[in-house]
Write a new protein. Structure first.
Length: 313
């Protein structure tokens, strides 16, 4: 459950699958609004919709969200909120992409076809049914630190691998009426995954509305079937069941979440390597990572942004 807090920074995770044909103009408008209210984070725009995480003081976030939702396309934007003591982003980016969540198949269109939303209050009942196949659509560096009990972990390194995993799933399940429940961090990947499964012929496909973050915000801890922490894509790294900053740090070379014990490993160097990736990167790449980390540390010591706000395609 989301607790009341004196924390000064509000984090908003948002998305919606909706047709967007004016990405360049929208990109400029969103960036202008975010810069005006000192909002930081990343927002992605594609023909299929919008996806992002932004953070600032509550009234600043409210101004930007209100500006966004004045656009009829975003009136029912899916938004999850959490609180933190420190700004988790260094800058504001609004990027144009082919997909707002990259599956590698641009024919998949959740705005036209997707599974059935299941509200957090109903999720426990669904996944407690032994006849329901529960699938975590996230990557293995995320599932390592937490997931719903009895959920199947596809062990993917990236979302691009998920369609191939589904091909193999079809070989194992020859019943198109099999009930399948899918979830992810904020709802976006599981929604796109249900669109893929519907395309592949599965009829009874469900997904958790608002994802893990909405579930943790809504369902009381004593009723929760969530086990562990939830990986998030910012400097907080992970959130616990109270949506407070969790116990992990991130290796910024390979994105693996690290425990306090992992940080003591001889192959760990902040921003450069950890025991997961030390043998997988060259000396040249390690030097580049070290140089970048020094720039970040220097900028933070000065109170500056490491990179200024900018538009990227």
């Amino acid at each position: 459950m989301l607790k009341k807090s004196k924390n000064m920074v509000t984090v908003a995770t948002l998305y919606k699958f909706v047709e967007i044909n004016d990405k360049i103009d929208l990109q400029k408008d969103i960036l202008t609004s975010c810069e005006k209210y000192n909002v930081k984070g990343t927002i992605l725009l594609a023909n299929e919709g919008i996806n992002g995480t932004i953070s600032a003081q509550k009234f600043e976030i409210t101004k930007v969200i209100n500006s966004l939702t004045k656009d009829k396309r975003f009136e029912d934007l899916e938004i999850k909120y959490s609180l933190t003591d420190e700004q988790p982003f260094n800058r504001m980016k609004v990027r144009l992409k082919k997909e707002i969540v990259t599956m590698g198949d641009e024919t998949i269109n959740p705005a036209k076809i997707s599974g059935k939303y299941i509200n957090p209050e109903e999720w426990n009942t669904l996944i407690s049914d032994p006849e329901v196949l529960v699938i975590d659509t996230r990557n293995k560096y995320e599932t390592e630190i937490g997931r719903f009990k009895n959920a199947i972990d596809p062990r993917t390194d990236s979302f691009r691998e998920f369609p191939k995993w589904v091909e193999n799933l079809k070989k194992e399940i020859d019943d198109p009426n099999k009930k399948i429940a899918m979830y992810c961090t904020g709802g976006i990947r599981c929604e796109k995954s249900t669109s893929l499964l519907k395309k592949e012929g599965f009829k009874n496909v469900y997904h958790l509305k608002g994802g893990i973050l909405k579930y943790l915000e809504t369902v009381p801890n004593e009723e929760s079937l969530w086990d562990g922490e939830c990986f998030v894509f910012d400097d907080r790294v992970a959130l616990d069941e109270q949506l407070e900053v969790g116990s992990y740090q991130m290796c910024y070379a390979c994105r693996m979440p690290l425990t306090k014990e992992d940080l003591k490993n001889k192959n760990y160097e902040k921003g450069v390597s950890c025991h997961y990736c030390y043998d997988k990167t060259t000396k040249e790449r390690k030097k580049r990572f070290l140089s970048r980390q020094k720039q970040i540390d220097l900028a933070k010591s000065r109170g500056d942004e490491h990179f200024g706000p900018q538009i990227k395609k």
